[in-house]
Design a protein around this ligand. Sequence first.
Ligand SMILES: [Zn+2]
Length: 183
Amino acid sequence: MIKMLSLPDGTSFSYEIVRKNVKNLNLHIENSGRVWISAGKKHSEGEIEKFVISKVDWIKKHLDRIQNAKPQLCYFSQEELVEKIHHFCMELSPYYREKGIQFPKIKFRKMTSQWGNCRPKQGILTFNRKLCYVPEDCVRYVVCHEWTHFLVPNHSEEFYRELSKICPQWKERRKELKEVKIL
Ligand SMILES: [Zn+2]
């Protein structure tokens, strides 16, 4: 059910009520700008409206931020990204060959929760196609990170010790990457 809320300052926004088996009212705002409230069966529409009104400042701030978000900066075409990642892998390969690691199969996919992925047993590295939105140094960091998993499968201290050998700036790169929001 979609409701419209008009505010005293003349602006308005709509929100959707989604009935669920929940105890409390919860507010959700998606990156698309969709605002929705999960509500239990016992919550009346009036009660829900009051709840939304109590969150108006927060909702407006959020919607403003979404509307004013800068378009994502694309650093590479998909072809360039594939080429770049292959290039970084070729660079790392001799170092790893000495440690008994074969050149992996490299795959590309659109992923929502990770930049890359390593399956050491199968010898497969998968990279997120959305890395085209990430500066080159960070792409290299992701490549180094995933290769390091061939030696250490987890994120232990040993992992970061190994990663430092091929990517000493990993901490800065990781911080930079965390600031990139992929929609
Ligand atoms: Zn990892």
